[in-house]
Design a protein around this ligand. Structure first.
Ligand code: TXA
Ligand code: MG
Length: 362
């Protein structure tokens, strides 16, 4: 019979239980400040295989390795058997150390040349490894207690909405894993920013995320190359359709209050629709409900990601609100797009674009 996961409130005892499971080659749902991860030993190919299997993740999509807070620079990452620092020039090494000093622990993932001891399955055969030091105390404790770096992709089935609570991990993977540590709702709500620092050539932004691009550029003193072209796979995991709810999701071409016509055209008849606004108070939600139920000629349910328009709040509530709306009796979900084009706005826009992308037949 398939296991039914237990959710344990994270404390010294449950963290030790999880560490023991991982030391025996198992995998565990782990809170981080960005989203929940599905963690197993990064150095154990069998544990890595379990992660790919539980997520139904294609093995061409490499995993992020999470390191403990004592790894404060490249030298420590080299000592952990993860990074081959000798492949990097001294000026690039200095840049990486500056990024680590500025953003770790926190939502920045660095893609660096790997050592041979990192299993190929972890990096999908690439010569680089993605590393980050999470800020969440439970993740830090678990890595320390396990005594090994932890590979952890987001704890969702492949292509689906990333989980930001222990219950959401249960919904995604509860029939496939034994244990989920509950560390409360995630504080950031979108995944880490992924930056590749190649042996030669400029640093590249592979995925916008919890650390705004401009803050990274301030530390580097140069602009990041941005290699995120819609329709092209850059970070191997950056497939167009991702973060997808089960209901069809459409982005509104303009703010909901400015819409003058049915967003899908007259021919569409929905029995009910869910509307997600970026920012609205109770009164604005009520106005939007009236306006959109008129345009769509059906009842609508309106949720807002924030009352104030604060980008941190929008990011924090994004995945949980998508998940909530997905569980409502609505035929389709419409989301306001165009978050401000700065700070976390890039990551929010990226996730929404992928959540609404056409899905491949699976
Ligand atoms: O915030 C996060 O990063 C979360 C939490 C759990 O830490 N993790 C996460 O992992 O988002 P995942 O597997 O969902 O996304 C990892 C991304 C993928 O797009 C993958 O392709 C990219 O990082 N990546 C990993 N290793 C890479 C490498 N060697 N080169 C390029 N991209 C890589
Ligand atoms: Mg993911």
């Amino acid at each position: 019979m398939s296991p039914r996961a237990r959710i344990l409130k994270a404390d010294a005892q449950s963290i030790e239980t999880a560490a023991e499971l991982i030391r025996r080659g198992g995998i565990v749902g782990m809170p981080t400040e960005t989203v929940y991860g599905l963690a197993g030993s990064a150095l154990d190919p069998e544990a890595l295989a379990k992660i790919f299997e539980a997520k139904e993740r294609p093995t061409f999509d490499p995993l992020i390795v999470h390191v403990e807070p004592s790894a404060k620079d490249l030298v420590s990452l080299e000592r952990l058997g993860l990074v081959n620092a000798a492949a990097l020039s001294s000026s690039v090494q200095a840049q990486i150390n500056a990024l680590i000093a500025a953003f770790w622990p926190g939502p920045l993932t660095l893609v660096l040349p790997k050592q041979a001891s990192v299993p190929d399955l972890c990096t999908s055969g690439l010569l680089s490894v993605a590393l980050r030091m999470p800020r969440h105390p439970v993740a830090q404790e678990l890595i320390r207690a396990t005594g090994t770096p932890l590979a952890a992709p987001s704890a969702n089935r492949f292509g689906r909405i990333s989980p930001t609570t222990a219950l959401a991990v249960m919904e995604e993977l509860g029939d496939r894993i034994e244990l989920i540590l509950d560390g409360g709702p995630c504080e950031v709500g979108v995944e880490s920013t992924v930056v590749e620092v190649p042996t030669n050539g400029p640093a590249r932004l592979l995925r916008p995320g919890g650390i705004p691009r401009s803050e990274i550029e301030t530390i580097l003193g140069v602009s990041l190359e941005v290699s995120i072209t819609p329709g092209r796979v850059e970070a191997p995991g950056m497939l167009e359709s991702h973060y997808a709810p089960q209901k069809p999701l459409y982005l509104l071409p303009k703010p909901a209050r400015e819409l003058q016509a049915h967003p899908l055209g007259e021919a569409w008849r929905l029995r009910s629709a869910g509307i997600i606004l970026l920012s609205a108070n109770a009164e604005e939600r009520a106005t939007a409900e009236k306006h959109l139920s008129g345009l769509l000629s059906c009842p609508v349910e309106v949720l807002a990601l924030s009352e104030s328009g604060d980008l941190h709040e929008i990011a924090r509530n994004l995945f949980s609100t998508l998940r909530k709306m997905d569980s409502r009796p609505v035929d389709a979900i419409f989301v306001e797009t165009c978050p401000p084009n700065h700070g976390l706005g890039h990551a929010i826009a990226d996730r929404l674009r992928r959540a609404s992308a056409k899905r491949p037949l699976r």
